[in-house]
Ligand binder design. Structure first.
Ligand code: ATP
Length: 329
């Protein structure tokens, strides 16, 4: 599944060409008050694959999502989705074209029911036009179709029993599921998920992972931002790493975790540590023992906690994980 040859033309590396890209972005930049939040020279997102976009806090991941989906305007650059240029295309049109996204903090409407939220996700609803709304014959059939489609999706996401509940009454994880289900109402080809696991109860984690894998199985492309490296290793076919607005590495998860640029981006000064093998781990552990300020992220959420836990085996946190936990107040 994670075969580099299947995805990239030639080798991996920042800005590498893909066999079949669904998104192509060139020289996309966005700065805020002198800070280059995004400065992406070239990026292709492979079709029918699950791509993880990772990087330390403030790397520009969400800003890049906002730009690609029309929620923010870049200072410069151009990008295409399935061959159509998207610069200056409004977010709602981007979604109608089949490129949808979810948000780090879910944007479900708490005062609407689960079903009403789902209906809002559908496109091509004649009842939205004032003139057509007067004639039920015109919009009634489409409304039935939309409701039927929503019911299928709600059942799939195990939210059907809550169809008439207010969305505000759902748990954080259920809201993430609802947002994902609602995004699917437009029958997208590309689904972009911004931190799908953040705030999700562990009981729902597996279900969310399965849903994301199912999107690919059903022929969709997935691009997701995530800090949970366990999830990235588990489901991503391809990993793109951002730091300070730029793409600093790309490749299959197993390769990227050993990439020096990735280690630099996450670990700052610890230049010669290879996260992919136990020798590297021992050296990192040794260095961290002398440098409290160098830990990026906290145990359980950052790259260190998960990667090192994995190096030591599941359920048995490595010493550096413990070290990170000890830093917590
Ligand atoms: P995180 O993993 O913490 O969500 P990120 O990689 O998604 O981070 P962004 O949220 O895209 O990073 O932020 C990139 C940089 O741009 C940061 O320095 C951030 O403070 C800045 N930034 C983002 N949005 C704005 C804004 N609307 N106004 C000013 N600065 C912003």
């Amino acid at each position: 599944m994670n075969d580099e040859r299947e995805i990239a033309l030639g080798g991996g590396g920042p800005g590498c060409r893909k066999r079949d890209p669904i998104v192509v972005a060139r020289k996309v930049t966005r700065s805020f008050g002198g800070i280059n939040a995004v400065d992406v020279d070239y990026l292709e997102v492979p079709r029918h694959k699950i791509t993880a976009l990772i990087g330390p806090n403030g790397a520009g991941k969400t800003t890049l999502f906002n730009l690609l989906t029309g929620f923010d305007t870049p200072d410069s650059g151009e990008w295409e989705y399935d061959g159509s240029p998207l610069a200056k295309v409004a977010a709602y049109k981007v979604a109608r074209m089949g490129m949808v996204r979810t948000f780090q903090l879910t944007k479900v409407m708490g005062k609407l029911t689960v079903m009403e939220n789902m209906r809002l996700g559908a496109t091509n609803q004649p009842g939205e036009s004032l003139a057509k709304a007067l004639f039920k014959g015109i919009w009634g059939a489409r409304e039935k179709e939309v409701t039927a489609q929503a019911e299928v999706l709600l059942a799939k996401f195990k939210l059907d029993t809550m169809r008439d509940e207010y969305a505000a009454s759902l748990s954080g994880g259920q809201r993430k599921l609802l947002e994902m289900a609602r995004a699917l109402m437009v029958r997208p080809r590309l689904v972009m998920l911004d931190e799908p696991m953040a705030g999700v109860n562990p009981a729902l984690t597996q279900s969310l992972l399965d849903h994301i894998k199912n999107l690919k199985a059903e022929g969709m492309t997935v691009l997701f931002v995530e800090h949970d490296m366990h999830m990235v290793r588990h489901i991503a076919d391809w990993v793109v790493v951002m730091a300070e607005g730029r793409i600093v590495a790309e490749g299959p998860p197993s390769t990227v975790m050993k990439d020096q640029a990735v280690i630099d981006a996450y670990l700052g000064a610890h230049h010669d540590v290879d996260l992919g093998d136990s020798t590297g781990f021992e050296r990192l552990e040794e260095e961290l023992a002398h440098d409290d300020e160098s830990v990026v992220g906290t145990a359980g959420e950052g790259l260190i906690g998960h990667t090192i836990t994995e190096l030591h085996g599941a359920g048995e946190p490595g010493p550096a994980t413990v070290h990170a936990e000890e830093k917590k107040p």
